[in-house]
Ligand binder design. Sequence first.
Ligand code: G6D
Length: 349
Amino acid sequence: MKVTTAPFGELDGQPVIAYTLKNRQGFEVTCLNYGCIITRIMAPDADGRFENVVLGFERIEDYIEHSPYFGAVIGRVAGRIKDGRFELDGEAFHLPQNEGTTHLHGGNKGFSRRIWNSKIIKKEGAAGVEFRYTSPDGEEGYPGRVDMTVVYWLTEDNVLTIAYEGVTDRPTLLNVTNHSYFNLSGDAKRDVLRHVLTMKSDRFLELDASLLPTGRMLDVAGTPFDFRAGRYLEDGVKSTHEQNRLVGHGYDHPFVLSENRNREIVLTDEESGRKLIVETDEPGVVLYTSNQLKGDFKVWGKPVRPYLGVCLETQHLPDAVHHPEFPSIVLTPGEIYRSTTRYAFCTLK
Ligand code: G6D
């Protein structure tokens, strides 16, 4: 396992560093100390050709100017919080309303837009990068000082594991994820509509016009949201189901995972033969088929367009602070927030 670093520009007078982890198969993961962003994952196709399978950029300026959270760690709270306000122990807190009146993905300068302390770490059969960030009390309106650690581990069997840990000195909210846009075709040569997703989920959250959960959990059976036997992502784009249309013709929905840790999410691309198995200890995952991906910029030389990537944002359910029936995202002093998601890359052959 080889770990190298390279300069990746500068931000607010601080160096942005790119870390590249490369195993003996030639599988590579490159990540930044800015937002813990994964910029590249070089994975083999069925013929052993290594290509990038995530959307990203090669310049920090592009991440600042264009990125819809490409590859970034999202926090303190991933997803949306209604009206950007919540109450905790009788006290009201007001967060930046950075999407209309909604708080999205940790606000204007959440975890994804911070420079993290970073260092290379190694253990038997793996190498990684440890990122640490202290979010001061009141940052982006959240109570408490949160000390956050994110570790990316790569092993020789092409598995990327992301382990999150957080502690707080006051009751607060914490629900962290990684916002990589996967595209198994390689170097974004095709969109993801012919990717097949298989997911062990019986229920998904109904969204309202602001893409906030209504609180209703809908049965996937008989709908384009049933991925239990595998389904092309394009089914959601072609669908006339009002929830697919609501989010811009596709998916942008939280799914409740039925089982944890055993191949509960599998994404494949028949043409390249690449396969990604995601396993998590999180109760949910947001499936986003980049329906809103638009703009005058390129990714790996290709003009961006909707459906160029698919996000599998493992996390607690969005807006949980307003839905007591959802698993809680409240973190209190003395507790340790822990979350692990594992991305195993292989091929169909
Ligand atoms: C859009 O609604 C989607 C979000 O789910 C996604 O995370 C963001 O774009 C990047 O707002």
